[in-house]
Design a protein around this ligand. Structure first.
Ligand SMILES: C[S@@+](CC[C@H](N)C(=O)[O-])C[C@H]1O[C@@H](n2cnc3c(N)ncnc32)[C@H](O)[C@@H]1O
Length: 313
């Protein structure tokens, strides 16, 4: 964990109250904390930093949706490494979704946050637009791989071909994505371990329909984004599922009740309403559809229509 982060961190277990964390270092390499822990004096919670990875979950066991465990499986990891980096190893079916999403941000500097970053491609993309970027995800495996790529600039992985058969692929980060002003943390998009109003850019890609309380995720983004001069990109296929959230908490996909109708319209209204839950309100700049591809094996791909909203304030 980069030591510079300490100025921005708060205890995720104490939210909505914001208390700083104290860092205890066991081993470091320059600004990189290899092992140690972060401690909250207020609630006495200890957060470990091990092999450079900070674990900042409010409670590691609480509120993990049943679908979350799949992100630690080898085949799912292979799918996501392909989805994020297949253009870099010149796969002819490669995705260009991440550079397309990144075009919605201008190179304005400031600090950026990529929530649900998975294996990190969009975080690296945001590194080109900002002075420092943090990628957070609940999956330890994803964060570990993203960090390995950050530190070494390359990563070998087994790409699933068929059944248990795999082939080795190597991801090499191009110079434009190599940037040491990037950090990855294990953290929860529903209890972001950051002080309010610090981020000039925030993204939530294909995450809203995967969290147990989607509205809390939007409230958390709203808390940590600047009150003005902020840009927010949300993209989601709105694949509401009881595996991720109770129906009463879905922000769309329902015939009746609060947030009935379509997710895209409901999220636009939540963001922009003058006396809504997110203040100051956001201004809608653009909405559209970004095709995105996941590869399960060499003969099976999923095409996802991720509907996006670009907002600013
Ligand atoms: C469908 S994937 C999308 C990944 C990435 N944003 C992309 O578009 O390629 C959802 C990601 O969100 C992460 N995730 C799910 N619930 C989370 C939570 N509460 N906090 C942080 N990350 C979460 C998962 O581990 C997974 O990496």
């Amino acid at each position: 964990m980069n030591k510079l982060l300490l100025d921005f961190l708060v205890c995720p277990a104490c939210l909505p109250l914001e208390f700083p964390l104290k860092l205890f270092i066991r081993e470091s390499n320059g600004d990189d904390i290899i092992s140690g822990h972060l401690y909250c004096k207020k609630c006495a919670q200890k957060y470990s930093v091990d092999k450079g990875i900070a674990l900042l979950l409010p409670d590691a066991r609480a509120e993990t949706s049943s679908s979350q465990y799949r992100y630690e499986e080898e085949k799912v990891v292979s799918s996501y490494l392909w989805a994020h980096y297949s253009d870099l190893f010149c796969d002819h079916d490669a995705n260009d979704a991440y550079s397309a999403w990144s075009s919605h941000f201008l190179k304005t500097g400031g600090i950026a946050l990529d929530t649900g970053c998975a294996v990190g491609r969009f975080t690296f993309e945001l590194g080109q637009k900002s002075n420092f970027v943090m990628g957070i995800d609940r999956s330890y495996t994803f964060v570990k791989l993203a960090r390995e790529l950050l530190k070494k600039g390359c990563l070998d992985f087994p790409l699933t071909m068929e059944g248990d058969l795999t082939e080795k692929r190597t991801i090499i980060l191009p110079d434009k994505l190599k940037n040491q002003n990037v950090e990855f943390l294990v953290a929860d998009a529903l209890a972001l371990p950051f002080s309010q109003k610090i981020f000039a850019m925030v993204s939530s890609l294909n995450l809203l329909d995967k969290v147990p309380r989607p509205l809390t995720h939007l409230l958390e983004i709203n808390r940590v984004a600047h009150g003005d001069n902020a840009r927010f990109l949300l993209s989601d296929p709105f694949s509401w599922s009881l595996d991720s959230a109770k129906k009463e908490d879905w922000l769309g996909g329902k015939k009746e009740g609060q947030y009935h109708g379509k997710g895209l319209e409901n999220v636009c209204s939540i963001l922009t309403k003058k006396n809504g839950p997110l203040l100051p309100p956001w201004i809608l700049l653009k909405k559209g559809v970004q095709p995105w591809k996941i590869r399960n094996h060499q003969n099976h791909y999923e095409m996802i229509r991720s509907q996006f909203i670009v907002a600013s304030r």
